[in-house]
Design a protein around this ligand. Structure first.
Ligand code: HPA
Ligand code: ZN
Length: 332
């Protein structure tokens, strides 16, 4: 039995495996510029975030119907459950679909069909976080929030993703204020490729409660001190960082130093179909590469539930945390 954990940094579009991409392409009459899954997999060589995003957005062309989004989410939840995920807070990118003529209702209702069955079918509780694309305008983000209003009961919060450098958090001040006024929780990608200043801004201007990645926080001791003091969770994605060349090799990943500094670190998969592993694979990889102790693995699992947006159901959080404390290492 794998270590129970929550996954808090997962783009549902990034769980699109090549086999499903081709199956959906055939069903929807979409032509992909790759002969087969093998040729597609060869394209999974990234030099930075943008080189990945180009392929990520290209493959989304196959996602067209509610059923497509349902099958995508169901496939993720099955794989996640097999790796010990008990709770998942799932990002989606509505603007990338709206731009292709796929409405936000199709996306949310399709995902919801899988999420509504997830506890029963996979033993995984779920929530949705709607992300704004930071390389699009703030007006577009505001229009997206407006379009999401009929579905707000399905969404726990908002996030910010896509190309980071040159698109600082401050650009989205108004839309985050509007989201907060609607009762939505706030997170943002910051410090993946961008500087520590973007993490400060995400905290001070956007009011985020968790920082997605936050990898570059360690460059700024004052920032680390604040993140520790305020117990701001960081959703790290180690295999993603290697694949997108944010770190050279996993052995040089700052996770162990971040834990030692007292940061509330979690480990997540980001876009597992593209980065060579789901969340359990990320746990195993950091344990091997960084020589983490078993009790540090338990800390990562505990942190994931402490950082989850479960304030409406503390009883559930308590059950998950009790599972983590009772977990016996050895079986995998
Ligand atoms: N970073 C930024 N945007 C993204 C990512 C990521 O790792 N994955 C999907 N959108
Ligand atoms: Zn991400």
């Amino acid at each position: 039995m794998p270590l129970p954990k929550a996954e808090l940094h997962l783009h549902i579009e990034g769980t699109l495996e090549p086999e499903l991409a081709f199956a959906l392409a055939a069903r929807n009459g979409v032509e992909l510029p790759y002969a087969d899954t093998e040729e597609l997999r060869k394209a999974y060589q990234f030099s930075d975030l943008q080189s990945f995003l180009d392929l990520y957005y290209e493959l989304m062309a196959v996602l067209r119907t509610e059923q497509d989004f349902e099958e995508l989410a169901d496939a993720y939840l099955e794989r996640a459950a097999a790796q010990g995920v008990r709770h998942a807070e799932i990002f989606f990118d509505p603007q990338a679909h709206i731009a292709r003529g796929v409405g936000i209702g199709t996306v949310i209702q399709g995902l919801a069909r899988a999420l509504d069955r997830s506890e029963e079918r996979h033993g995984v509780s779920t929530q949705l976080i709607m992300c704004f694309l930071r390389d699009q305008s703030s007006e577009s983000a505001m229009e997206t929030l407006e379009a999401a209003k009929p579905y707000l009961n399905r969404i726990v919060g908002v996030g910010l993703d896509s190309a980071e450098v040159g698109h600082p958090p401050v650009k989205f001040r108004e839309v985050y204020e509007a989201a907060a006024a609607l009762g939505l929780r706030r997170v943002a990608h910051a410090g993946e490729e961008g500087p520590p200043a973007y993490i400060w801004e995400a905290l001070d201007v956007l009011g985020v409660e968790r920082v997605d990645h936050g990898l570059r926080a360690m460059e700024d001791p004052e920032l680390v001190e604040r993140l520790v003091r305020e117990r701001v969770p960081l959703t790290l994605c180690p295999l993603s960082n290697v694949r997108l060349r944010a770190v050279d090799v996993l052995e040089q990943h700052p996770l162990a130093r971040m834990l030692a500094a007292g940061l509330l670190c979690t480990v997540n998969s980001d876009d597992p179909a593209y980065f060579g592993g789901y969340v359990g694979d990320n746990f195993h990889a950091v344990r091997d590469a960084l020589g983490l102790e078993l009790e540090q693995m338990r800390t990562l699992a505990r942190n994931s539930f402490e950082a989850a947006f479960l304030e409406h159901d503390e009883e559930r959080r308590g059950r998950y945390l009790a599972e983590v404390e009772a977990y016996e290492f050895g079986a995998g």
